[in-house]
Design a protein around this ligand. Structure first.
Ligand code: APR
Length: 311
């Protein structure tokens, strides 16, 4: 079977680590593209030199030229500027939309059949803009949100309980922003509702920390935003497509009426496989969760309304 081809745009912190996870998992050959000359080439060479030691055979190539991305099966877009301390994700919007336009047009020209996975923030708005710029069917575009936010919540629960990270599951829906909606009743440890193991106060504190988890890292790093967990989470989504796993991963996907949302991308549980977003799963939400979710939708909608897509 021929190897799949995966392009990662942006060879910064998130992009380079994504290339590493993809290679370690041997999901395909990897093209790392950046606007800065030398950086994607240098990082790719470094990764190739890690290959015999780790034992992977993914070919990793660095480039500044979209021609080298031709025929990609999946394209992960991390290009953009990261959040600085005190900056909200929406502050990033204007710069990153401009970058995204160039990137999406370059990608679609050479890989018209690729699935696009968006990581650049502000996430839900960037996914919408990428969809508009690309002209692709909405099932072929999705954004990293719940895989990362849920992962963060899982780690906080596991650390609090002193149980294996692997056994903890948690679901976060809504926009990938401070208004995200961690869902208390869907958090479990090997199927046991977390509410049976943790006090309401502890669980509420974990949910609040989850919502601010990206900012917590920004405040600590001072010169950039998180990259280990984001890169690992987006490689999970990529794997679901490449291996047609039908994973259920809350992600920023196109809603056409589900959850009362139309014509926009927002984080909801989705079945992800070879056809991209294959299905949205509508779960029960109580009235406070619905209210929080609607608030998150409204926040994303406001940003979309401010977007100048140049068309
Ligand atoms: N084309 C290609 N690459 C670009 C372009 C462009 N037009 N503009 C910027 N880049 C590259 C930069 O050169 C840099 O290498 O994008 C990369 C971004 O890397 P970092 O600055 O290290 O940022 P990173 O931490 O990887 O975050 C990238 O992911 O999580 C989000 O909020 C985060 O939007 C940010 C993105």
């Amino acid at each position: 079977m021929a190897r799949k081809k995966i392009t990662v745009v942006g060879a910064g912190h998130v992009g380079a680590h994504t290339a590493l996870w993809l290679a370690i998992k041997e999901l395909g050959d990897v093209v790392l593209l950046d606007i800065v000359e030398g950086v994607p080439q240098g990082k790719s060479l470094d990764l190739m030199e890690a290959a015999p030691i780790q034992g992977f055979d993914s070919n990793v190539v660095g480039t500044n030229d979209y021609k080298d991305t031709a025929g990609s099966d999946v394209v992960i877009i991390t290009a953009g500027i990261p959040r600085k301390p005190g900056m909200s994700r929406s502050d990033l919007i204007n710069t990153n939309v401009g970058i995204l336009k160039t990137v999406v047009e370059g990608i679609v020209k050479y890989s018209p059949d690729a699935h696009l996975l968006i990581v650049t923030n502000p996430l839900d708005v960037m996914v919408y803009a990428a969809w508009k710029f690309s002209g692709l069917k909405p099932n072929k575009i999705m954004g990293l949100s719940g895989a990362l936010d849920g992962g963060r919540m899982r780690s906080f629960i596991a650390m609090e309980l002193g149980v294996s990270m692997e056994d903890v599951h948690a679901m976060v829906i809504g926009g990938h922003a401070d208004e995200m909606v961690p869902l208390k009743k869907y958090a479990t440890v090997s199927g046991i509702p977390v509410s049976q193991l943790l006090s309401t106060e502890k669980l509420d504190a974990i949910m609040a920390r989850t919502k601010k988890a990206g900012g917590e890292i920004v405040a600590l790093l001072k010169t950039g935003s998180a990259y280990y967990a984001p890169s690992r989470a987006v490689s999970e989504m990529c794997e679901a497509i490449i291996k047609d796993k039908k994973r259920v991963i809350p992600s920023a996907v196109y809603c056409s009426g589900q959850y009362g949302v139309s014509d926009m991308f927002i984080g909801v549980p989705a079945v992800i496989g070879a056809n991209g977003v294959e299905r949205i799963i509508e779960i029960e939400l109580d009235s406070s969760e619905k209210e929080a979710f609607n608030g998150s939708v409204a926040a994303v909608k406001n940003l979309i309304n401010e977007l100048n897509l140049g068309k």
